[in-house]
Design a protein around this ligand. Structure first.
Ligand code: MG
Length: 357
C-alpha cells in the first residue's frame, strides 16, 4: 500500500519538489489532500493529478488535516500558518514531515512533547536536518557529542563588512538555493541558520551549546554529527531539495531516483570556515533567545517576520533587521510555553509592539 500523504503548502517551492517526488514514486506514495494559501488554480491542478482533495485559503491547511486521514502530513506552509495544522495532525496520529521551520522555532518545546505523548514522529525535510537525521540512523542513545550545521553563507559572505546599504534585490540574490523571499532574506542574514539551530535543538533533543554552525559555500555537505568516540559523520549530495523530501517520505527505506549524483573528483575541493559574528549578529540573537527560554524563540521569529517584511517594503534598512529583533527580545514579556496559545500571545505582543515603531 502506498503511504498516504497530506501536503500543506503545495504550491511553494518545497511543495513543487514534493509533488515531483510523489509523481516519480506513485507505487510508494499517494497524495490524499493538498492545501494552498492563495494559488487556487495550481492547487486544484495538483489535486486533479493525484485524485486528491484541494483546500485553498486561510483555514485550508487545518481543514485538510481535519477532514482527511493520512500516514504522513508534509508541512510546507509559510511561517506561523503551519502551527495549528501541525498540532492537529499530531493529535490525529500522523507523522510530520516538517519543512516549515517556524513550527520548531516557535513551538518546539510544545510540539515535541505532544508528539512524544501521541507516539508520532517528526521527519525532517530541511536539508541540514535531514543530513543529521541520516547520520543518526543506527546511533545509540547518548552517543552524540555535537551537531554541526553547514551554512552556504548567502550572498554577503565576502565583500564589504558594512551591510547597512544592502538593497532588497541584493539580499534576494541567493547563490545556491531558489526559495521564497522571506527565507532568502533570512539566509542572507543567517537568521535562517539560527532558526535551524533551534529546529535541531528540538528535533534531536540536543542542547544549543552542542550545536555548531560552519560556513560551507559549496552546499555539498549538508550537515554533520560528531559522536562521543571522536568519529564524525556527514551526509553529502548535490543541492536538490527532492533528496531530503524523498527521504522524509520513504524513511526508513531509500528509493532509487534519477538525479545528479555526487562527483567528488569534478568538485575538486570543499571549503569550510567559521561564520563572522559581526557580519551575522542573528546567530547570537538566536542563542540569547534560547537561553531566555519559554516563548522567547517565538518572539525572535515573530520579530524577524515583521522586520524582514518591513525591509522588503523599504521601511527599514538591512542592518535594522537584527536591531529590531534584539530590541524586541529585550522588551518582550517573559511567557512560559504551556500551550500553543502562549506562542500566539507572544507573536501578537510582537506585532502590537512593532506597529508602534
Ligand atoms: Mg536549510
Amino acid at each position: 500500500m502506498p503511504k498516504k500523504i497530506i501536503l500543506l503548502g503545495a504550491t511553494g517551492s518545497i511543495g513543487a519538489s514534493a509533488v515531483d517526488v510523489v509523481r516519480t514514486h506513485r507505487d510508494d506514495f499517494t497524495i490524499v489532500a493538498v492545501s494552498a494559501y492563495r494559488s487556487r488554480e495550481m492547487c486544484e491542478a495538483i489535486a486533479r493529478e493525484f485524485g486528491a482533495k484541494a483546500y485553498v485559503g486561510e483555514e485550508a491547511a487545518l481543514r485538510a488535516v481535519e477532514e482527511n486521514e493520512a500516514d504522513i502530513c508534509l508541512v510546507a506552509t509559510v511561517g506561523m500558518f503551519g502551527l495549528r495544522p501541525t498540532v492537529a495532525a499530531i493529535e490525529k496520529g500522523m507523522d510530520i514531515a516538517l519543512a516549515t521551520k517556524e513550527v520548531m522555532v516557535m513551538a518546539g518545546e510544545f510540539v515535541t512533547a505532544l508528539a512524544k505523548r501521541r507516539g508520532v514522529r517528526f521527519l525532517p525535510v530541511d536539508s541540514e536536518h535531514s543530513a543529521i537525521f541520516q547520520c543518526l540512523q543506527g546511533a545509540g542513545n547518548s552517543t552524540v557529542d555535537k551537531l554541526i550545521l553547514t551554512a552556504s553563507g548567502g550572498p554577503f559572505l565576502d565583500g564589504p563588512a558594512d551591510l547597512s546599504g544592502v538593497t532588497v534585490e541584493q539580499a534576494l540574490n541567493h547563490p545556491r538555493w531558489k526559495m521564497g523571499p522571506k527565507v532568502t532574506i533570512d539566509s542572507s542574514t543567517m537568521m535562517n541558520k539560527g532558526f535551524e539551530i533551534l529546529e535541531a535543538r528540538w528535533l534531536f533533543d540536543v542542547p544549543v551549546k552542542d550545536i555548531e554552525v560552519v560556513v560551507h559555500p559549496e552546499s555539498i555537505v549538508h550537515s554533520l554529527v560528531t559522536f562521543v568516540d571522536g568519529s564524525t559523520m556527514a551526509q553529502l549530495c548535490p543541492p536538490d531539495m527532492r533528496v531530503p523530501i524523498q527521504y522524509a517520505l520513504s524513511w526508513p527505506d531509500r528509493l532509487p531516483a534519477e538525479r545528479a549524483k555526487l562527483d567528488l573528483a569534478a568538485l575538486g575541493k570543499l571549503t569550510f570556515r567559521a561564520p563572522d559574528p559581526v557580519r551575522f549578529p542573528c546567530l547570537r540573537l538566536v542563542k540569547e533567545a534560547c537561553e531566555l527560554g519559554g516563548c522567547a524563540p517565538a518572539v525572535l521569529a515573530a520579530a524577524d517576520e515583521w522586520a524582514v517584511d518591513a525591509f522588503i517594503k523599504g521601511r527599514i534598512g538591512y542592518t535594522d533587521i537584527a536591531k529590531v529583533i534584539e530590541e524586541t527580545l529585550e522588551r518582550a514579556p517573559r511567557i512560559e510555553m504551556t500551550s500553543l496559545d502562549d506562542v500566539f500571545e507572544s507573536a501578537r505582543w510582537v506585532e502590537t509592539h512593532l506597529k508602534l515603531l
